[in-house]
Design a binder for this molecule. Structure first.
Ligand code: RUQ
Ligand code: CUA
Length: 669
């Protein structure tokens, strides 16, 4: 969520709260010594050569990626490209990766990624995958946690602003996504003023437990509100999903004011097991819908993009018992379910309390038909019948809540810039800690699961002023690490983050560190253009297309002298890194190429497309310092005018030539 300062001022005015104004807070930097305890440095110090205790996966926000940090050190250890082209790793530039960014709108080089969510088994993160949403052009990506690469992306049709996404069910059967913006469904050219008649929301249930086979199981057609966040039930509430919504006013202009009229908006409680039954019973309508499903093949290291053509749409009117609305004050943002599965905590960003619903009471209210009205076939339960309690005077602007598994909840307070710790069941505030500044999400390792690991809390802040050396008009974003092992939260560390951090996830390093793939099997590489040895390299022409097969190994490319390319050709450099050793990467860059470099993991093939515009000789070189003779790792391509009679030539070494006639060595898996 990105909130402008005007909105914040508006929010304060609307909340009519008299406490600190946002603008005042950044003007008085506190001294470091007054903020952190004496042993803070020791608590976050991870000695050279030692590993961190947790992997933390922070959303890259408007960078579109995921950033991996070690905790407690806050050291950035990896950026995983997901929705945005990344020249550093050729993601979206190398031919093999381009299909990953295909959508029904064509190739999209960017998105805004908000919520990483780990796969789970029995309600606990299992370390197989992490999912993250593309917010702008709604998509969900799967990242394989053994390679830390994006392996699958599915687009969500009939949706705009996939913000409540991609929260997982306790068995990872589904990840979900909801529309932030209601739109005409199917999208159509209608007057915007016809919002109330024509605009709708959707909730998408996407199957997630089969890698490479994500599929939209069904969508639920919802009233035209804005849907904001979601979380699955667990334990007793397993089989339910909860989504916040705001703008139940169905305003289509000046939402800042017009969508803040009602005292209460809603949490949509979805009994998705019930919905599944209705889908199986044929209660859906088939909606023609175009959306891309993109998969990276683990053997060819090549992505494919398939355009899907329809979804099953379920109208709650045709499936009684599948959807209920829980009134929730006021324009709620986050919705979080405690580890027992009983409490559903909302972050009413303009509310003066933190409202908590009870799953038990909700079920009773449904049985008793304690309905206050119905909206488009969806019964609205009465607030009193479902409310478990309210945390009174928690602070201002509650957004998100995580849990420590010891009976406490921690809620981020955007406007009053603090984390508030409170007790489940008694709803009393037991501690508060300031954040610097304007906290959005917070994260406890496993803190939205059945068994939080606890120990640390990471606050992800929207405003960074005075935390780091100033860097011109724009400052990096900032996270803060707190120790939550004792009664009182203790600030330990600030660390900068890429993009704007939204949500994050973390798990103990021991769960996945020994499962990391160290290199790809060259023998198992079935890329169409794989080159497993120097002798297999070469150059071929078909019409105006020229394919060059090369190997990279310490410390040369082969071939390294290429001739016969002409202006007007489209040249494909297919480079295979034939190393079979951990972290021995090679890069590949060509003078004047309107493209990024390639970066090649050991055993991997990547392809660069190049359209030389002028005759000449063009050097290429390795960009990753791979050996003492890295600087010798270079070559030349000669480009001749169109129609020239320079023969195709790709040199290979004497050694390779002699190997060519020798029988091929068997490859091993
Ligand atoms: S949002 S700061 Cu994109 Cu999850 Cu709440
Ligand atoms: Cu290969 Cu430097």
């Amino acid at each position: 969520m990105k909130i402008s300062r005007q909105t914040i001022a508006g929010a304060v005015a609307i909340a009519a709260a008299g406490a600190l104004l946002f603008a005042c807070q950044t003007t008085q930097p506190k001294t470091q010594s007054s903020l952190v305890g004496g042993d803070a440095a020791q608590r976050v110090y991870v000695a050279p050569g030692s590993y961190d205790e947790f992997y933390a996966f922070l959303s890259g926000g408007f960078s579109g990626q995921i950033a991996v940090y070690g905790l407690p050190s806050g050291r950035l250890i990896k950026v995983i490209p997901v929705f945005s082209q990344n020249p550093e790793s050729a993601w979206g530039y190398a031919e093999e990766t381009k299909p990953m960014l295909m959508t029904s709108y064509g190739f999209i080089p960017w998105d805004d990624s908000h919520h990483p969510e780990l796969s789970m088994t029995d309600g606990v993160p299992d370390g197989r995958w992490i999912f993250i949403n593309g917010n702008n052009t709604p998509r969900i990506a799967r990242i394989d946690l053994t390679t830390m690469t994006t392996t699958e992306i599915i687009q969500l049709p009939n949706s705009a602003g996939g913000h409540a996404s991609p929260f997982t069910t306790p068995d990872s059967k589904y990840v979900v996504s909801a529309t932030r913006f209601s739109v005409p469904i199917p999208n159509a050219d209608v007057p915007i003023a016809s919002y109330k008649d024509n605009f709708r929301g959707t909730l998408s249930f996407v199957t997630a437990d089969q890698p490479g086979k994500m599929d939209i199981a069904f969508q639920i057609l919802m009233p035209g509100f804005d849907y904001d966040l979601g979380h699955a039930g667990k334990g007793p509430s397993d089989g339910w999903f909860f989504f916040t919504s705001y703008n139940s006013e169905q305003a289509n202009t000046k939402l800042e004011v017009n969508a803040s009229q009602n005292d209460k908006d809603f949490i949509a409680a979805v009994n998705y097991k019930q919905a599944e039954q209705c889908v199986a019973a044929g209660k859906t309508r088939t909606f023609p819908s175009r959306y891309a499903h993109n998969v990276m093949d683990e053997n060819t290291h090549t992505a494919t993009s398939t355009m899907m053509t329809s979804v099953k749409m379920l109208d709650p009117r045709d499936c009684p018992g599948a959807v209920y609305y829980l009134p929730t004050p006021k324009s709620p943002h986050g919705v979080d379910v405690d580890p027992t599965g009983e409490y559903i905590v909302a972050g009413g960003k303009l509310a003066t309390v933190i409202p908590v619903h009870s799953f038990t009471k909700m079920q009773k209210a449904i049985a008793d038909k304690a309905f206050e009205k119905e909206i488009a076939g969806i019964p609205v339960l009465t607030y009193e019948a479902v409310m478990a309690g309210e945390v009174q005077k928690p602070g201002l602007g509650p957004l998100h809540t995580e849990f420590d598994g010891k009976g406490y909840a921690y809620t981020s307070m955007f406007i009053s810039s603090e984390v508030v710790k409170w007790k489940l069941g008694t709803w009393e505030v037991v501690d508060r800690a300031p954040t610097y500044y304007s906290i959005g999400h917070l994260m406890i390792p496993g803190g939205d699961s059945k068994k939080p690991w606890g120990k640390y809390l990471v606050a992800m802040n929207k405003i960074t002023k005075d935390r780091y050396l100033p860097t011109g008009p724009e400052l990096f974003q900032s996270a803060q690490l707190y120790d939550i092992s004792g009664d009182k939260m203790k600030l330990l560390l600030d660390f900068p983050t890429i993009g704007e951090p939204h949500y994050a996830q973390a798990l103990p390093a021991s769960m996945i560190k020994d499962k990391q793939v160290k290199f790809y099997s060259l023998a198992g590489n079935t890329n169409k253009w794989v080159t497993r040895s120097e002798a297999e390299g070469g150059i071929t022409r078909s019409g105006k297309r020229v394919d060059i097969k090369m190997i990279a190994i310490r410390s040369h490319f082969a071939p390294d002298n290429i001739e016969g390319v002409q202006v007007g050709d489209t040249v494909y450099f297919h480079v295979t890194n034939i190393e079979q050793d951990w972290d021995i990467m090679h890069g590949f860059a060509v003078l004047g190429a309107e493209n990024s470099e390639l970066i090649l993991a050991p055993g991997e093939t990547r392809t660069m497309r190049w359209m030389p515009a002028a005759p000449g000789v063009y050097p290429f070189y390795c960009t990753d310092f791979c050996s003492a003779l890295h600087q010798e790792m270079q070559g030349y391509v000669r480009v001749s005018p169109a129609g020239s009679n320079v023969a195709l030539m790709a040199n290979i070494s004497k050694k390779a030539e002699s190997q060519m006639s020798a029988p091929k060595a068997p490859t091993k898996k």
